[in-house]
Each structure stands twice: as C-alpha cells, then as structure tokens.
Design a protein around this ligand. Structure first.
Ligand SMILES: Cc1cc2nc3c(=O)[nH]c(=O)nc-3n(C[C@H](O)[C@H](O)[C@H](O)COP(=O)(O)OP(=O)(O)OC[C@H]3O[C@@H](n4cnc5c(N)ncnc54)[C@H](O)[C@@H]3O)c2cc1C
Length: 382
C-alpha cells in the first residue's frame, strides 16, 4: 500500500493537543505528508532531560520513525540494551539476548524521553512547525464532534477560540480532550506503589543490560539511562539500600514515585476527535510499551488521515492497545507476586521459558513491539 494519497485535502486544519512524544510524532508524520498541524502544549517546554519517564525505545518505534529520519538519530544517541535478565536469590531465572530479534533493529534501546522529544522537535522544525508552549486546551464539554470548538489559553492570559477540522488529543493521562468528549477511562489501579531513582556515576558504567532482581516480596529493576546514568525502579519504598552501585555515585539526578493504573478508553475517537497515547491508554512501565504504543497510535492516525480513512482509527488501534495492556499486566503481576506458592511455581517455570524457542521468540517479538499489526505504509521487512 502506498503513502498518503491526499485524502480529503492537505488543507484540513489539524490541532494537536499535547507536545509529548505522541503529539510530536503525530505532527511530524502529518507534516511529512504535506499537512500543517498546529501543536499546543500547556507546559513550558519538552520534558527536562533528567526527568524522563520513558526510556525504552523499541524496534517498532524505530521502524515507524525511519521515514522521517528520526530513527537514525535515536539509534545514534541511545544505549543499546543487549541483554535482559530476571534474577532471584542470586539465580538467573530468565536471560534474553535482545539482539536475536530478526530485522533491521535490535529489540530495544534506551534513550531518555526528553531526548526523544527533542529529536522529534528538530525533525518537525524542518517543516517550519514548532510547538506553541504554555498554551492550554481548555474544553469543558465538546458538543460538535465533527467540527469541535476549543478554547486555547496562554500563560499570559490571552485566549483564542479555534474550530479545527481534526482535533488530536495527545494530552496525556489526565487528558482534557478525553474528558471533554465525555469518555470514561475504565480500568483498575494496583495497590502497589513504584519508586524510582536515577543515579549519575563518577565514571562510565556497564549499560549494556537491563535487569530485574526479585526479592519476594518486592523487586528492584535496573535500566541504563545514558553512558553514566542508571535508573532503579522498585516496589520497595526503602529500595535504595538494596542497590549495588557499579561505581561511585556522583549525583542522584531524579527520584519519583507513582501508582500503576491499567486503563483505556473505547472507542478512541468520536467524529473528528481522536485520542492517542496516554490520553487513550495507561499501564505499567513493565515491558517499556507506553510511549512506544502511543507513537504507534500517532503514526497510524497520521497515515489514516492522509488516506482519508481516519474513521477506521479506533477499530484498528483497539486490538493493539488491548494486547499491550494484557501483556504489561501479566508482566507486572509476575514481578509483584505475594503468594508463596505462586512464587515457587514462577521460579520453577520461568527459567524453562526462554529455552523453549517459540516462547523466547514470542517474548522477543513483544519486547521489540512486533506483536501489534505492522504498519502497512512501510514497504520493507522490519
Ligand atoms: C516510570 C515510568 C517509566 C516509563 N518507561 C517507559 C519506557 O521505557 N518506554 C515507554 O514506551 N514508555 C514508558 N513509560 C510511559 C511513557 O512515559 C508514556 O506512555 C508517554 O510519556 C506518553 O506520551 P504522551 O505524549 O501520550 O503523554 P505525555 O508524555 O504525558 O505528554 C502529554 C503532553 O500534553 C501536555 N498537556 C496536558 N494537558 C494539556 C492541555 N490541557 N493542553 C495542552 N497540553 C496539555 C503536557 O504538558 C504534556 O507535554 C513510562 C512511564 C513511567 C511512569
């Protein structure tokens, strides 16, 4: 299938609410097909480099961002995660070589979300488009879903009413656009809190692998952020005393805590209003899928708009969203188990799993993000 045929015209006005990775990816994919979307964001600028939630950029995202040239720049800047392991009581339960996935890219790399956002912004700037910062979408209730009326309010108090032909709500988990549509966000919140700390070391450290250490109860995950920063995420509040630092700590660059929710909206569109990324679905960071799935939404939506087929968006994306929610739910439950019998069974079965070829391949496919439908506009094998 070819690239966009022009659909109902490149002159359609498109407003993207939110300049996170998803809003930026949507704007970029539209811009390279000849559209001139307007992107507004409530915040003062992109995510600060040292406060980045998402790290894992998977192979599917690199496929999707290849035509714009952003994939190449991500690959040049990111840390390859060559190995992923799960350990319990000094024993390695699972070990996965992420380079074994077939295709152009290894399964997953690490790059701070703020960095990815800046690369998307640079590519967008080549089309003369820049996000309008400190510009909030204010919408209590939208009544006309075909030609939505939206109020934009700037930090200096000025406001403007716009009526775009298409409104893309990429305004994150607390999406104003989703609420203005009157859409629910059903799902559940886990009781468990997750705690996070990023440490910068005095010298380079081994960043080639990601690891989850299970303590039953509780776990600590270790992931590379950059050549000298490692992230630790845990279910234990006092997890820092479990960390075996690989070098002298120069600085704790960021710490945060969050509660995990599994929620998604259905349908993901009403009339000419479309929800993408965290505005449409949120889940645990286990598996590093959130931003990747959102970028996938954005790329599919841009392609469908260019094809004049945007009304198919929700039906095409919902199965992918459900698949990823199910997968991340399972992974999260596996590392947060409390029942001793279930723990014993898991510890017995887990080491066998990757030795079984089809199971290992399925796991790698999902780490790479290849378990959702392939983008039909990309004509090379992933
Ligand atoms: C600890 C942690 C680790 C994670 N790790 C990974 C990972 O490794 N890989 C991965 O793929 N995902 C990961 N995620 C998930 C990832 O961070 C999110 O899925 C991703 O940020 C979603 O992008 P988004 O653009 O949809 O939303 P956001 O990044 O939340 O961006 C939304 C934007 O909308 C703006 N906005 C909000 N309200 C308005 C308004 N009214 N008007 C205008 N603008 C507005 C905000 O200022 C913001 O810039 C992780 C999440 C957490 C919490």
């Amino acid at each position: 299938m070819g690239e966009g045929i022009g659909g109902q015209g490149k002159s359609r006005s498109i407003l993207v609410a939110g300049a996170g990775p998803v809003g930026l990816a949507a704007a970029l994919e539209l811009a390279r097909r000849g559209f001139s979307p307007r992107v507004v964001d409530d915040g003062a600028g992109p995510t600060p480099l040292e406060e980045s939630r998402a790290l894992g950029v998977n192979a599917r995202t690199l496929t999707l961002l290849s035509p714009s040239g952003v994939a190449e720049r991500i690959v040049a800047a990111a840390q390859p995660i060559e190995q992923f392991r799960v350990r319990s009581k000094e024993k390695t339960l699972v070990q996965l070589d992420t380079r074994q996935v077939r295709g152009r890219f290894s399964a997953i790399r690490a790059l701070a979300q703020g960095h990815t956002e800046r690369l998307l912004m640079e590519a967008l700037a080549t089309y003369g488009i820049a996000p309008e910062w400190q510009t909030a979408v204010v919408a209590d209730a939208i009544s006309d879903f075909q030609k939505p009326e939206v109020l934009l309010r700037r930090a200096d108090g000025r406001s403007e009413t716009v009526r775009p032909d298409i409104l893309i709500g990429a305004d994150g988990a607390h999406s104003v656009v989703r609420k203005a549509l009157g859409a629910g966000f059903p799902g559940e919140a886990l009781e468990t809190y997750f705690y996070l700390a990023d440490f910068r070391y005095a010298g380079p450290v081994d960043t080639h692998y990601g690891e989850v250490s299970i303590f039953d109860p509780g776990m600590v995950a270790r992931l590379p952020v950059s050549a000298d920063i490692i992230r630790y995420i845990s279910t234990l509040e006092n997890f820092e005393n479990r960390i075996v630092h690989p070098a002298t700590v120069a600085k704790k660059t960021w710490a945060s805590q969050f509660r995990i929710n599994f929620r998604h909206v259905e349908p993901m569109a009403k009339g000419n209003i479309f929800l993408a990324g965290d505005a449409a679905h949120i889940h645990s960071p286990a598996g590093a899928r959130g931003m990747n799935l959102g970028i996938e939404d954005a790329c599919w939506l841009a392609w469908l708009i260019a094809e004049g087929r945007e009304q198919e968006y929700s039906a095409l994306r919902i199965p992918a969203v459900k698949q990823v929610l199910k997968q991340t739910y399972g992974l999260t439950r596996l590392v947060t188990m409390k029942n001793p019998l279930a723990i014993a069974v898991r510890n017995l079965v887990a080491p066998l799993f990757p030795r079984f070829g089809p199971a290992r391949r399925a796991l790698l496919q999902s780490v790479a993000g290849y378990d959702t439908p392939r983008p039909p506009w990309i004509d090379w094998a992933e």
